[in-house]
Design a protein around this ligand. Structure first.
Ligand SMILES: [Fe+2]
Length: 482
């Protein structure tokens, strides 16, 4: 016969078992809920007319961050993370001398080094729990959040295919984006993918590229995307049509700014891989796909560029960078003017200069986000590309009819310069010549100004020191005589 204590032990065990099952079930439901908060309902037939995107977000940036309220105020139906969504790598201080020299030809240690997986995850968690971003995510399913990566969230500044921890980084990024555990995106090499939004007749395709996982070293003129991603992209461009196709690249596609700053410094962009960029433009051209445009980030300022000779119609590149990391925030306020002046005199042949830009340079070096608005009701539909400031005001606006991004009715042969005929021939001509082909005095005018400034400052300093030394000597002499 069972005693009271035995029955009580059994009852306790049963209660514990039931509790365990209930807790496990709740846990599973919670886990499933997290997974079912899919980044995107691709079956949605809702018309998409507002897309926002951003890049270069430091998870440790101070609050308040009004930019999130401005993004929410724009009321986007899609938000795209365009890379450097966290700063996951670490950096040593800039040192030109001493035991650890991080800059100059004499440097003996790399300035940037990767974090551990745990640290990378913690930094993503910091971004994910950012109050502003949380409010944006809470608007799901009205807002779908999707994204790709750049170097700092990949794990290391300027890194490419050689980065040894890329597979772990890939899973951590996909966790951040709530990518389901059974998603094919988790099984492939790289985070490239695509989405289709909207009903037939008003469809927008978003193609997210991976410019890190397969990329050859800088200045190798090797591959940017790798063969697997190239053949996938070819299928994507030749697949089902859409009225608009947005190709998202973490780094600038059209701009050639590096051409005017080398050898002083470089900025990562497709211009450092000219064969690959030619291949990209040729692929768009041969696919005959209409309505293609690029979005990009990475450079810590915003601008809109355009290439009129890459395909049969102008290829726009809307660059927005960064949500927190902006070039004018890296210098004292008094020097912001110098940055704007440099940007204004930079000989950019691809930048679109709009009379409605905030600054004459038509660049924007304070925190910003990208905004794409489509007026489907207009005939023809109108496209508005904007770099918006942290308060939601347009800093660089460009507007054009979607019909501008169509194949010319009568396909005309290319001229010597690569341009096609048509009534806009002269208008588009200004965005054909690459900066690398400008006369050297024009191309290097910023470098020349910087070198002249550095030389002038050094001479002035030498003169001042010389005067001070001779003044000191005279004073000592006079003191001794007295
Ligand atoms: Fe970057």
């Amino acid at each position: 016969m069972e005693g009271w204590s035995t029955r009580r032990r059994r009852a306790k065990a049963s209660v514990s078992l039931i509790l365990f099952i209930v807790v496990t079930l709740i846990g599973q439901t919670k886990a499933e809920e997290t997974q079912t908060v899919s980044p995107l309902d691709t079956n949605s037939n809702a018309i998409v007319s507002r897309i926002a995107f951003g890049s270069c977000f430091n998870q440790s940036a101070p609050q308040p961050q009004p930019i999130w309220e401005s993004i929410i105020g724009f009321d986007p139906q899609v938000f795209i993370w365009l890379g450097d969504n966290i700063y996951g790598d670490n950096k040593r201080p800039v040192r030109v001398c001493g035991r650890e020299r991080t800059v100059g030809p004499w440097k003996n240690i790399e300035r940037f080094f990767p974090s551990t997986e745990d640290e990378l995850s913690r930094r993503y968690t910091a971004t994910k729990s950012n109050p502003g971003y949380t409010r944006l995510r809470q608007r799901y399913p009205e807002v779908s959040v999707i994204g790709t990566w750049d170097d700092h969230d990949y794990g290391l500044n300027d890194a490419g295919k050689e980065f040894p921890y890329k597979d772990a980084s890939q899973q951590i990024l996909l966790d951040f984006l709530d990518e389901p555990h059974n998603s094919p995106r988790r099984k492939q090499g790289g985070v490239y993918t695509s989405y289709m939004f909207g009903p037939p007749g008003k469809q927008i395709k978003v193609i997210l590229l991976d410019t890190r996982y397969h990329r050859d070293p800088l200045f190798s003129d090797g591959t940017m995307l790798g063969e697997a991603q190239w053949s996938w992209l070819e299928k994507e461009l030749n697949g089902p049509q859409s009225e608009i196709t947005i190709i998202a690249s973490s780094i600038q596609v059209v701009s050639n700014l590096s051409a005017i700053f080398q050898p002083l410094f470089y900025m990562e962009s497709w211009s450092l891989f000219p064969k690959e960029r030619r291949r990209l433009f040729n692929l768009i051209d041969s696919s005959k796909r209409e309505g293609v445009m690029f979005i990009s980030g990475d450079v810590h300022f915003g601008e809109i560029t355009r290439d009129d000779c890459g395909a049969a119609y102008p290829l726009y590149d809307l660059t927005s960078s960064g949500l927190t990391q902006a070039v004018e925030r890296t210098v004292p306020k008094a020097l912001a003017f110098a940055i704007r002046f440099m940007a204004w005199i930079a000989p950019s042949t691809k930048r679109v200069f709009s009379p409605n830009c905030r600054f004459r340079s038509c660049t924007y070096g304070l925190p910003n986000f990208g905004a794409i608005e489509i007026d489907w009701e207009a005939t023809p539909p109108m496209v508005k590309l904007e770099v918006r400031d942290e308060f939601g005001r347009a800093a660089i606006p460009v507007e054009f009819p979607l019909s501008d991004l169509r194949q010319p009715e009568e396909q005309q042969p290319r001229s010597k310069t690569g341009m096609r005929g048509g009534q806009d021939w002269k208008y588009y001509k200004q965005h054909c010549l690459p900066e690398s082909e400008l006369p050297w005095f024009t191309k290097y005018r910023i470098a020349l100004i910087l070198v002249a400034f550095a030389a002038g400052s050094t001479m002035l300093l030498v003169l001042v020191v010389k005067k001070a030394v001779s003044g000191g000597k005279m004073f000592i002499k006079k003191f001794k005589v007295d």
